[in-house]
Design a protein around this ligand. Structure first.
Ligand SMILES: Cc1cc2nc3c(=O)[nH]c(=O)nc-3n(C[C@H](O)[C@H](O)[C@H](O)COP(=O)(O)O)c2cc1C
Length: 376
């Protein structure tokens, strides 16, 4: 597909539903994990160009997130407080029974007029499972379970006689009523999935509607798009998987101010919490057979934003950020997933100063693509 035919780049934000903000640092963060702050944020976000919000799932403390609101209930509250925003709830196979979740999301979809979605996360935090008395599967087994989990969700949401026989889940002539809301162009609530490992990429291509990447530079992102699309092609799904990329956005009137903010975040990193997180995630990353799991090559500085958000380098003036956003779009991004230091203020700044430039540059890109394709 040429870019001239492509949809506008979409934007999502990380819901700060855990305490401590989006960076593990003692720098001032005027972000609050409570509901009042989040309700206002969701309303600001939908008025400032955000189409999606992504809640996090966390059951016990990590990376400084001492307190955590549960993702599905919090997502539903945000759906009810907004009119257009789609809210993606993060969920762990292994902790949820997929039929129960399918039912919950279908109800949330009805309560919100077709705006519920899920992010199926395979999990990296062993303690979270073992402390809840659930087995911690080996890495690729977690992803095999995730593939079945997603197939079960889709089967339940689309079939009147849902059937499934897998190693982890089974369905017998199950008929969910009501099915999720019928939304044109959306066969069922959207299914996102995040990860970097070979197993995550395979699942991304084979079963997901959306593949979420951690923060990456241009080449690191493009390489994933190519590989996931290869798996999608093998599964007869080429063109059906869309790509979201995480980035921590620091937009300031001058590049110097933005860089100084980044410097201060890292200088004030909560070293004990970052090291604790590093220990947990690198166990998960290096436990993959090819050592390609997420965070496998992350530095201390990268991990201060726990989803490698600095690597995307959405840091600078609105113009500089817009240039990078467009380049990521050229390399396959359909959506940018953003985190901020001071959410309320910065979401508004994004809508007022950054987004208009992105839209201008997108129009220029589309015009260029159109003239190239017409002279071909
Ligand atoms: C955008 C994004 C969001 C994620 N959200 C969560 C989350 O809320 N909770 C969680 O435990 N893991 C979350 N993960 C982590 C994944 O579930 C997975 O454990 C991680 O990507 C490591 O996978 P890998 O070994 O395939 O690289 C997220 C990952 C990405 C990319």
């Amino acid at each position: 597909m040429s870019h001239a035919e492509q949809a506008p780049l979409k934007f999502a934000y990380w819901v700060p539903n855990v305490s401590g903000g989006l960076v593990t640092s003692t720098i001032e963060q005027r972000t609050d994990w409570g509901y009042d702050y989040n309700r206002k944020l969701a309303q600001l976000a939908e008025a400032n160009g955000f189409e999606y919000a992504l809640s996090q799932v966390r059951y016990i403390a990590s990376y400084g997130a001492a307190y955590q609101h549960e993702s599905t209930s919090f997502s539903l509250a945000l759906l009810l407080a907004t009119e257009r925003l789609k809210v993606i709830a993060a969920v762990h196979p292994g902790l949820w029974q997929p039929g129960v979740l399918a039912k919950l999301i279908s109800t949330a979809d009805h309560l919100s007029g077709g705006r519920a979605a899920v992010n199926v996360v395979s999990g990296w935090f062993k303690d979270e499972f073992t402390k809840l008395g659930e087995p911690w599967l080996e890495h690729d087994e977690r992803y095999r379970r995730t593939e079945e989990f997603i197939r079960v969700l889709r089967e339940i949401w689309t079939s009147d006689h849902a059937e499934f026989r897998g190693d982890f889940y089974r369905l017998h002539d199950f008929d969910l009523k009501p099915k999720p809301v019928e939304v044109p162009g959306r066969p069922h609530p959207e299914i996102f999935q995040g990860g970097n490992s070979t197993a995550a990429r395979r699942n991304g291509g084979r079963v997901s509607d959306w593949y979420f990447s951690n923060g990456k530079d241009y080449d690191g992102f493009a390489e994933q798009v190519q590989e996931v699309n290869g798996h999608a092609a093998d599964a007869g799904r080429l063109g059906q998987v869309r790509f979201g990329l995480n980035g921590f956005l620091i937009a300031r009137d001058s590049e110097r101010e933005a860089r100084e903010t980044l410097h201060e975040i890292i200088a004030k990193a909560d070293a004990v919490a970052v090291e604790g997180f590093r220990g947990a995630v690198q166990q998960a990353g290096s436990s993959t057979s090819d050592k390609r799991g997420m965070w496998a090559d992350s530095s201390f500085d990268d991990l201060v934003q726990y989803n490698d958000g600095f690597r995307t380098q959405l840091i600078g003036t609105p113009e500089q950020i817009a240039d990078r956003a467009i380049e990521y779009k050229r390399r396959g991004a359909d959506l940018l997933l953003l985190g901020f230091l001071h959410y309320h203020e910065e979401v508004e700044y994004f809508g007022r100063h950054v987004l208009p430039i992105i839209r201008e540059k997108e129009a220029e890109l589309d015009a260029r693509e159109l003239s190239t394709s017409s002279t071909r």
